[in-house]
Design a protein around this ligand. Structure first.
Ligand SMILES: Nc1ncnc2c1ncn2[C@@H]1O[C@H](COP(=O)(O)OP(=O)(O)OP(=O)(O)O)[C@@H](O)[C@H]1O
Length: 787
């Protein structure tokens, strides 16, 4: 610590946004969080709804600083983080010039003494839950360094939840409080829907997806569907009709999560867990065309924490593999967040690079509401990680989601069609009324009016009316072409455009031929309030012979001759037929468009399925290839034949070093350069923080100059580019050999080929690589490749 840092003796008084610990003070533990009304929520929250939700909603980011752990207190760690107010905080960190401070602003900042119920309120979680009940997807994910309080925030004290007769306590986390809130709400809501809740719980461990409710060692596949996005088809989803059912799901899932113990956390989650509560809302009255079944859900994601082996002091193959896999998936998450935060059109967002980012796709830049809770330690010993976490959180604030109510695709389609039919009906009735109103002499009732007062007149069969049918509207009847807005209304036009309808044309569509409804087209059903069959019947066919119109028997008394009246009525009839035809055309065009969209969707889905299959095959080929490299010399022969120089270089380098490098060893070293979590944070670190000033070991693997940084960028970009090409199948065989095979580098040299010259990154990784999160394959399993 810098010489001028100071120490203080206790936690500050506040909670949400209260200063809490002051920077430069030694940390002490206060008592447990202030008592909160267990599992109860204030009425102001209970009544909140999703009305505040902005349809272009950025991800909300709240930071929670946990209290110091006993270990940090006994080590007399300095405090580096202080919360200034409800939205601002600052971090003090050492530099070569002395301590420096950086301020951060978030949607919420929670001081170390904030209670679990404070989290619920400060993070707006009840709003998210209300939104889920209203059909939105919502995601709450906890992010941060290992031991920073993610699991405590999401789940509370997990060990207690599984206890028999557990009735909850003040330490209950978001998940249990949310479950109770949802059950309270569905009993309270009187909004014409019945609600049912279902829950699933899964984890991603070492890039494998496991069901925590049906705990088997079987990995589950992640699939793509154009309607649902990425999803896990075989995940067990349990129906929960009572809070007790839900608590069983929670405790069972938690009990099966993979935990480990290391220097920074005695109970460290070794996997990313996702608990999802599905909120299905079924309308009580299904007659309402605007109502369909809504499929909201809320996911609680407890990410594994980023960690450095030198801090966690983890040893052993499986621990190393876990660390590497955690850091790798967090690295991909970082790339996704960065790409989305940059918000450059056309930029590739590498969702497909990990299972975690696939499953979070909807929450990051998608249609879900998302809340990120960034957790951090107050200790100066972890200030680098804290700065990195806050830099990520700052970037995440820029990610924009577009939430919308989720309905079953079938229901959504039906609702859209019903809306469309509704629009066409009202349009149709409007047109009919308009046409007749224009045709009738002033003072005469329109059919609509007449229908409300049938005693006004008697009826005459239109077909009985003889006389020429004018080709152009008679005086007093304005051409529909002059007033499309009046005919359809701007609202209707907008709705039509939204539904993919072509813009209205008043010319009878030539391709449709005579006015006849398509054979498969149902006549438009009657709209309440629209002219009823006694007046118009089905006007789609002018020869139907049953169309009747009200005519005032004493029309001649109004100064209109029967001939003129008949002419005007005939003209009205012609217009009605024309508009009906237009309506039919719109309907049939819609039908075609929908069909076309269905075909495209199917094609797209088929292509994606194929890509998934090919990707799976490629991955198994890669792993088979690497495994067989140990026991056969095919690879050596291939190199000898196609890359003799490379082989010679390997042999000489190996003999100089006195060891024989192996494929796996070099591959892992190469990965260490790419996946090192500190490198990925590099672009996010404030420019005035020199990496080497914080941790002398950083410069060994991390670019320290802009030139090096650009090498690193090139490195990452080239890898990303290769992956993209690989994904899209753009690579031919030769290119595949020359470029970087993902997860299967034939050697470090091959991997570095495109940017070999002059880069520090091209030097052998430092011996510190292990400490930086590198996983070496089990030496006993590594066989000599080139010997
Ligand atoms: N707000 C808090 N109040 C009291 N104790 C806390 C708080 N946050 C965390 N802790 C304690 O700190 C320790 C580490 O927290 P936790 O296990 O939640 O960290 P984590 O971020 O989930 O770690 P990992 O990524 O390793 O799983 C635990 O003993 C936990 O009880």
């Amino acid at each position: 610590m810098p010489a001028n840092s100071t120490r203080c003796s206790s936690l500050g008084p506040g909670r949400v946004g209260s200063p809490g610990l002051m920077p430069g003070t030694p940390m002490s533990r206060s008592g447990s969080a202030p008592p909160s009304p267990h599992h109860r929520h204030t009425s102001s929250h209970a009544g909140s709804s999703h009305e505040n939700i902005d349809v272009n909603d950025n991800i909300k980011v709240v930071v929670r600083v946990r209290p110091p752990t006993e270990r940090e207190v006994s080590n007399r760690d300095e405090c580096a983080v202080s919360v200034n107010d409800a939205m601002h905080m600052q971090v003090t960190f050492p530099t070569q010039q002395g301590p420096s401070t950086r301020g951060f602003a978030f949607h919420g900042c929670l001081a170390p003494d904030s209670s679990q119920s404070d989290v619920l309120h400060a993070c707006g979680i009840t709003q998210l839950l209300d939104a889920a009940l209203s059909g939105f997807h919502a995601t709450i994910f906890a992010y941060g360094q290992t031991g920073s309080g993610k699991t405590f925030t999401m789940s509370g004290r997990e060990e207690r939840i599984g206890l028999e007769n557990y009735a909850g306590d003040t330490d209950d986390g978001i998940v249990t409080r949310a479950a109770l809130y949802l059950f309270e709400q569905i009993q309270r809501r009187r909004d014409g829907y019945t609600y049912s809740l279902r829950a699933s719980y899964c984890e991603i461990y070492n890039e494998g997806l496991y069901d925590l409710l049906k705990f088997t060692q079987q990995q589950l596949p992640v699939r793509w569907d154009s309607g649902k996005g990425f999803y896990v088809p075989d995940l067990y989803v349990r129906s929960c009709s009572t809070l007790n059912d839900m608590m069983q799901v929670i405790s069972r899932g938690m009990a099966h999560r993979r935990m480990g113990s290391h220097e920074l956390n005695l109970e460290s989650s070794r996997s990313h867990s996702i608990m999802t509560i599905h909120c299905d809302a079924t309308p009580v009255n299904s007659q309402n065309p605007e109502q369909g079944v809504r499929y909201g859900k809320v996911s609680f994601v407890d990410l594994a924490g980023s960690e450095r082996l030198k801090d966690t002091k983890s040893t052993g193959d499986s621990a190393l593999k876990e660390t590497s896999s955690i850091n790798r998936s967090l690295f991909t998450l970082g790339k996704v967040i960065s790409a989305l935060a940059d918000n450059q059109p056309g930029l590739h967002v590498p969702y497909r690079d990990s299972k975690l980012t696939k499953l979070l796709m909807d929450s990051l830049g998608g249609s879900a509401l998302a809340l990120m809770i960034a957790c951090c330690s107050p200790s100066a010993a972890h200030v680098e990680e804290t700065l990195s976490t806050l830099s990520y959180a700052t970037r995440a604030k820029n990610i924009r989601n577009t939430p919308f109510v989720q309905m079953d695709p079938k229901d959504a389609m039906i609702a859209a069609l019903q809306r469309e039919v509704h629009l066409l009906r009202s349009e149709n009735s409007f047109l009919r009324d308009q046409a007749v109103a224009s045709a009738l002499p002033s003072g005469m009732a329109t059919p609509m009016e007449a229908s409300r007062a049938p005693s006004l007149g008697s009826y005459v069969q239109l077909d009985d009316i003889q006389g020429p049918i004018g080709q152009s509207p008679p005086p007093g009847i304005s051409s529909p072409a002059e007033q499309p807005e009046r005919l359809f209304g701007s609202e209707a036009l907008q709705m039509g455009a939204q539904m993919g309808m072509p813009s209205f044309s008043n010319q009878p569509p030539s391709h449709l031929g005579p006015s006849r409804a398509p054979p498969d087209m149902e006549p438009l059903p009657r709209l309440p309030g629209s002219p009823s069959p006694p007046f118009f019947g089905n006007v789609s066919n002018a020869n139907a012979g049953s169309t009747i119109m009200p005519v005032n028997s004493s029309s001649d008394q109004m100064g209109v001759s029967p001939e003129k009246l008949a002419k005007k009525l005939a003209e009205a009839q012609r217009l009605v037929v024309q508009f009906s035809r237009e309506n039919e055309r719109l309907s049939s065009t819609n039908e075609q468009l929908r069909h076309r969209r269905l075909v495209v969707d199917n094609d797209y889905k088929g292509a994606l399925d194929e890509v998934d299959v090919l990707r799976g095959r490629l991955e198994s080929l890669e792993s088979a290839f690497l495994q067989s490299a140990d026991s056969s010399s095919i690879l050596t022969q291939v190199l000898r034949e196609h890359e003799p120089e490379l082989l010679a270089a390997h042999l000489s380098k190996a003999s100089l070093a006195g060891v024989t490098p192996t494929i796996l060893e070099q591959q892992h070293r190469a990965r260490a350069v790419t996946f090192n979590p500190h490198i990925l944070h590099d672009g996010l670190r404030p420019s005035h923080v020199s990496p080497s000033s914080i941790d002398p070991s950083w410069h060994k693997v991390q670019p320290v100059s802009s030139q090096d940084a650009s090498h690193h960028d090139n490195n990452a970009q080239a890898m990303q580019h290769w992956q993209h090409q690989q994904d899209s199948g753009d690579l031919n065989d030769q290119q595949s050999q020359d470029d970087i095979p993902r997860g299967g580098f034939a050697s470090q040299e091959l991997y570095r080929k495109p940017w070999r010259a002059g880069s520090k990154l091209n030097e052998q990784p430092s011996g510190n690589a292990l400490e930086q999160g590198v996983v070496h394959a089990d030496p006993s399993k590594l066989k000599l490749l080139l010997g």
